[in-house]
Every structure is written in structure tokens, then in C-alpha cells.
Design a protein around this ligand. Structure first.
Ligand SMILES: Nc1ncnc2c1ncn2[C@@H]1O[C@H](COP(=O)(O)OP(=O)(O)OP(=O)(O)O)[C@@H](O)[C@H]1O
Length: 344
């Protein structure tokens, strides 16, 4: 088959994006000077523990924060959409840029039928379509996302569908207008494993068919390994490592990435041999803002290994790592019977 889609034509470029929330009388950055690009026909995964700023980043791209302070730029096809008035942004959202939300239950309107909800986004962005054509498109979309008996499904309400079917409807809505950029925020978290695989397969198929760029947000490195072309690892609001998937899986450098990778069980490996990352991501107000943000979680590494103001260093073409501590990093040495850390 002839491949018509060009790889990696730049679609989105986020430049020093900082998203801060007001808590008491101060603003605290949940996304801190993030720079990242996404090409056409590319899946960029954003990975990190809960609280690392992944959703705050996704919502910033979509312009969905109502009370946050946004600094920096978000260029979509060369146009800075961070500073667009809402009326113009609304023309892009749901058309050029689609989003699949984490929880299909709350992403859908419980009082509207599936068919009406899909028709609504078509009506909003493609008013030129006649009613009959819209209806035809709804059936086509439901078929595409693998909903059985699509004609019948159009008349159902969300509560009449299983979680997996509801997520398919959310995807049908997100792709209804053939977006060029799709943001999927933990699209399979609420689903059981078999359904997860089907939904991921569906997202990959959509990318292959349309050449869309996809940002896939997840805390699951298994999903990353299956899906991503490139990976950005976030910790405490910052990107700490970016690389293509092969480099990341085989040659991760940042202590946080290495700890994440160490904590997934390899086939046949006993759970007790795994490294479990000590501590938790600090809350927004208590994030360390100076020096290496990860240093309190690797206390056995000498302080002198860290940079005073950690930057992203390009250690190989396209492979960036924050802070110098990666070059001295090693896992702690334990007695055989005391191999893993407890989460404190
Ligand atoms: N509207 C808000 N107001 C104040 N703080 C917020 C707000 N939204 C997010 N935060 C804080 O910002 C930080 C990053 O949150 P975010 O939801 O982006 O993390 P995440 O990596 O997506 O985690 P999860 O996987 O749990 O969704 C957290 O400390 C969170 O409590």
C-alpha cells in the first residue's frame, strides 16, 4: 500500500508553557515551562505519576482552564492558540482538535441519546450538512468505533451502554469532524483490560487512517510501549526526559524514568525484586521549585550530582534529559531480603 501521509510535519508546538493555579493568595505552576512538539501521524505519550501535571497540560492545550494563569505559547499549525479569543478557539475545538476524556460517564450528557450527542458536534462545526447526511455520518462513526447495531445505538442513552461502549461513543464524538490533533487523557483508565486493548487499537487505527497527531496521556508504561512514537516523561510539572520510544525503553537516563521502568514487572519477575519509587509527588504548594525536583526521592545520590538549575540536556539527537544527576544515578544496593523500598 502506498503511504501518503508524511511523517512528522509539525502540527503542535508548545513553547515554555506554564499553567499556574491560584491557591490562597499565590499562584503555583502545575505545568512549568513545558516545551514539546507533536507531528502529524505521530503519537506522543506524556507519562508520569498522578499529580505530575499531565491533565493540566492537556486542558491548557484545549483552553479548558477557566481560572488558571497561562504563560508561554501553544502553536497549532503555526498559530498561537494560547492567546486566541474564546470564539475563535471554539471553532478549533471539536473540529481541528479533539479530546477524549478520562471518564466517559462524565464526558457524555446523560439526558441526550447517543445519536443526538454525535449529531450535535456535527451540527456545530459542519452546519452545511443536511439532516439526512448528518444521520448517515452518525451511523458511519458508530460503525467505525465498533459499536454493534449502530442504528439501534443512536436511540440509546449513555446509561444503557457498558463503560467500553460509552468510551467508544466519546471517541466517535472526538473524531466526528476528523480532527488533525487528538488529545487522549487516560482514555482507558476506567476500563477493564480487554476493553482497554480494543480502545487503544481503535485510537491507533484512527491515527493510521487519518494521519492525525495524538497526545496520549497515561501513567501506564505498558500502554506507552504499545502505542507511542515518542515519550515525554513529566515529573512535578516539568518534562524530565524526552526520547523516541525505542530509546526510552532501552536507554532511559533520568532517575525518575528509570525508576518508573524498574517498577513494571517483567514477565516472570518476582514482585519483591522490583524497585518501588520512594515517596510521592508533592502537592502543588509543596513542590520543590529550586534545584532538581526529584532529588528528595533519591536521597542516596550525592547532592553534588545535581545541577543548581537543572536544564534539559540533549544527550543524543532527539533525546533530552533534565539535570546532571542522571550520569551518577544507580539504584540503591540492598541486602537480598530487603530489595525493595516501601512507599512512604
Ligand atoms: N484547578 C486546580 N486548582 C488547583 N490545583 C490544581 C487544579 N488542577 C490541578 N491542580 C493541581 O495541579 C497538579 C497537577 O495536576 P494534574 O491533574 O495535571 O496531574 P496529573 O498528572 O494529570 O494527575 P492524574 O493522573 O491524577 O490526573 C496537582 O498537584 C493538582 O492537585
Amino acid at each position: 500500500m502506498v503511504r501518503r501521509i508524511q511523517l512528522n510535519e509539525e502540527l503542535l508546538r508548545i513553547d515554555r508553557l506554564t499553567t499556574s493555579f491560584r491557591i490562597a493568595d499565590d499562584y503555583y505552576a502545575a505545568v512549568d515551562e513545558v516545551t514539546l512538539s507533536v507531528g502529524t501521524n505521530e503519537i506522543v505519550a506524556i507519562v508520569g505519576e498522578s499529580g505530575s501535571g499531565k491533565s493540566a497540560l492537556a486542558y491548557s492545550i484545549m483552553g479548558l482552564h477557566t481560572r488558571a494563569r497561562i504563560e508561554g505559547s501553544i502553536y497549532y499549525k503555526g498559530q498561537d492558540i494560547a492567546s486566541l479569543p474564546l470564539s475563535k478557539l471554539n471553532k478549533l475545538r471539536g473540529k481541528e482538535i479533539g479530546m477524549i476524556f478520562q471518564d466517559p460517564q462524565s464526558a457524555l450528557n446523560p439526558l441526550m441519546t447517543v445519536g443526538d450527542q454525535i449529531e450535535e458536534v456535527l451540527l456545530l462545526h459542519r452546519p452545511e450538512l443536511a439532516r439526512k447526511e448528518r444521520r448517515r455520518r452518525v451511523i458511519e462513526l458508530l460503525t467505525k468505533v465498533g459499536i454493534p447495531r449502530p442504528e439501534h445505538a443512536t436511540g440509546l442513552f449513555p446509561h444503557e451502554l457498558s463503560g467500553g461502549m460509552r468510551q467508544r461513543v466519546v471517541i466517535a464524538i472526538a473524531v466526528a469532524n476528523e480532527p488533525k490533533l487528538l488529545i487522549a487523557d487516560e482514555p482507558t483508565t476506567a476500563l477493564d483490560v480487554t476493553i482497554q486493548l480494543q480502545i487503544l487499537d481503535l485510537i491507533r487505527k484512527l491515527k493510521n487512517e487519518s494521519g492525525a497527531g495524538i497526545i496520549l496521556i497515561t501513567h501506564d508504561l505498558g500502554v506507552v510501549a504499545e502505542m507511542a512514537d515518542r515519550v515525554a516523561v513529566m515529573y512535578a510539572g516539568q518534562i524530565v526526559e524526552i526520547a523516541d520510544i525505542y530509546t526510552l525503553l532501552a536507554g532511559a537516563r533520568h532517575p525518575y524514568t528509570r525508576s518508573l521502568l524498574q517498577s513494571i514487572p517483567a514477565a516472570g519477575e518476582a514482585q519483591s525484586r522490583l524497585h518501588v519509587i520512594q515517596g510521592i509527588v508533592p502537592s502543588l504548594q509543596h513542590l520543590p521549585r529550586e534545584g532538581c525536583r526529584f532529588r528528595s526521592r533519591i536521597p542516596w545520590i550525592d547532592e553534588s550530582a545535581h545541577e543548581a538549575e537543572p536544564k534539559l540536556h540533549e544527550v543524543a539527537p532527539g533525546h533530552f534529559v533534565r539535570c546532571t544527576c542522571h550520569s551518577d544515578f544507580h539504584f540503591p544496593v540492598h541486602k537480598e531480603d530487603d530489595r525493595h523500598h516501601a512507599i512512604s
